[in-house]
Each structure stands twice: as structure tokens, then as C-alpha cells.
Unconditional design. Structure first.
Length: 249
């Protein structure tokens, strides 16, 4: 318990600030979690971001995962997300979430870095380092992301070019940094698509605007981190080199 001399009272700080100091989120993100009822203090849900806490005295939890003391061991993890799981810590419809892949691992609090929708699969990063995560998800400076996409037709060169040049969709222009035909057979094809921005359901919306349906969407790379042969539903820690390449640690 912190003190500043004999008989001094322990220093109390607001709950949102306490979470920020422990490195699990920015103060604004922590405030949002608290107001959503996702934070517990000594087992009780607290919804006041200014609720007074004392370091070392109270047990703090986010989504029922205990938050460690000030010296947090940073975790950087790659998961091969299976299709059908929701990228969220909890789901109001009681659907299975990506966190089931970490059952029993004892990783403590980690959060997804970006997201993949329920129907998509492949490389998804997790960390308890909010500053590192913010660098990756920043639309201006974040790394390129690569995808393999199975579609319900064999696109001609004109449609591939349109994907690169951009297509108007719902008032915005959607485009891919790079597109190439990986392979084709029968009525289906696999495309390799690289994005340098991260709009919501960007690939599905872009292809739909060109009359192309998505059968499978697999993210295979984020910057220099590749999915490789990581089994579906399996995870691994990132190497120090990978962490640094994505923005340090």
C-alpha cells in the first residue's frame, strides 16, 4: 500500500486512471469499458470511472480477467481465427467469441488488435499493450494486410483493375492496394488482395459493388507477420522481431 510517511493515507486514484497506469488501455478506453459494465473491483461491477482505488489494495478485473499490478508483462499473440467466432470479449447474443481459443491458457487480459468479422478467418493479433495496438490499427501508418479470398466467379482484368483504381460504395471510394489472381477452376477463383487501410467489411463491400460474391475470406498477413502453417484455432506468441517490425513493444 502506497504512503508518503508515517500515518499517511494511501493515495487513491480513479478507476479509469488505475487501469491506464497498469497499461491495459488508454484512460478513454478504460472509461468506456467501465461505463459498459465490463470492469469489476473486488468482484463487484463498478460503472463510475472516478471510483477511488488504491494500488495493491483492490483486485481489478476486465471482462472477468484479472488485471495485474503496475509491472505488466506485455503479451503479443497471433491467432488463426476460425470462421464463425465473433471478435469481441462478450456477445449479447451469446455467440461463441474468439476468446474460446484461449481457454485455460492463463494469459490474463488481452484485447484484439483490429478485428475480423464472424464469417472471416485467419490472422488476428491480440495484445495487452494499447500503445502498440494503436500503432497497428492507425489508418494512416498501420501495416499492410494481406488476404486470400475465394470468390464465386473468375474476375476478368477489367474488374481486377477496378478493384485497384477504386469503386464508389455508400458514399465512399473503396479500393485495394494490390489485387492478383491466385488460381481459378470451374466457376470459382482465389484472389490475393492487399489493403493499406481498414474500413469496415472493406473487401466484401468492394467485391459486392462489382457483382462478386465472397465464399471465403482468410487474412494471411499483417505487415511482416504471416499466418503460415498455424493451425485453425491455434495461437502463438509473436517473436521480438515481429513485435518490433509492427511498431515496437
Amino acid at each position: 500500500m502506497a504512503s508518503h510517511g508515517p500515518g499517511a493515507r494511501p493515495r487513491r486514484i480513479g478507476l479509469a486512471r488505475a487501469l491506464s497506469k497498469r497499461g491495459v488501455a488508454s484512460r478513454s478506453q478504460a472509461t468506456a469499458w467501465i461505463r459498459e459494465g465490463r470492469v469489476r473491483v473486488d468482484g463487484r461491477v463498478v460503472t463510475d470511472p472516478e471510483f477511488p482505488t488504491v494500488d495493491g489494495l483492490h483486485v481489478l478485473e476486465v471482462d472477468r480477467h484479472a488485471v495485474g499490478a503496475l509491472a505488466v508483462e506485455r503479451r503479443y499473440i497471433a491467432l488463426n481465427k476460425p470462421r464463425g467466432l465473433v471478435t469481441t470479449a462478450r456477445d449479447e447474443q451469446a455467440r461463441n467469441t474468439v476468446y474460446r481459443c484461449f481457454d485455460g491458457a492463463g494469459l490474463g487480459w488481452i484485447a484484439p488488435v483490429g478485428r475480423l468479422d464472424k464469417a472471416s478467418e485467419g490472422l488476428l493479433l491480440f495484445s495487452n499493450d494499447p500503445q502498440w495496438a494503436a500503432r497497428i490499427t492507425d489508418p494512416g501508418t498501420g501495416p499492410d494486410k494481406g488476404y486470400h479470398v475465394q470468390v464465386d466467379c473468375i474476375p476478368d482484368e477489367a474488374r481486377l483493375r477496378a478493384m485497384r483504381e477504386g469503386v464508389a460504395c455508400d458514399g465512399v471510394v473503396l479500393r485495394a492496394k494490390a489485387v492478383s489472381l491466385l488460381r481459378a477452376g470451374g466457376k470459382h477463383a482465389w484472389l490475393e488482395i492487399v489493403l493499406d487501410e481498414g474500413r469496415n467489411r472493406q473487401i466484401r463491400r468492394l467485391l459486392a459493388a462489382l457483382g462478386i460474391g465472397v465464399l471465403r475470406l482468410v487474412r494471411v498477413s499483417i505487415g511482416q507477420v504471416v499466418l503460415g502453417d498455424l493451425a485453425k484455432g491455434a495461437w502463438r506468441p509473436l517473436t521480438e522481431v515481429e513485435v518490433a517490425a509492427l511498431g515496437g513493444g
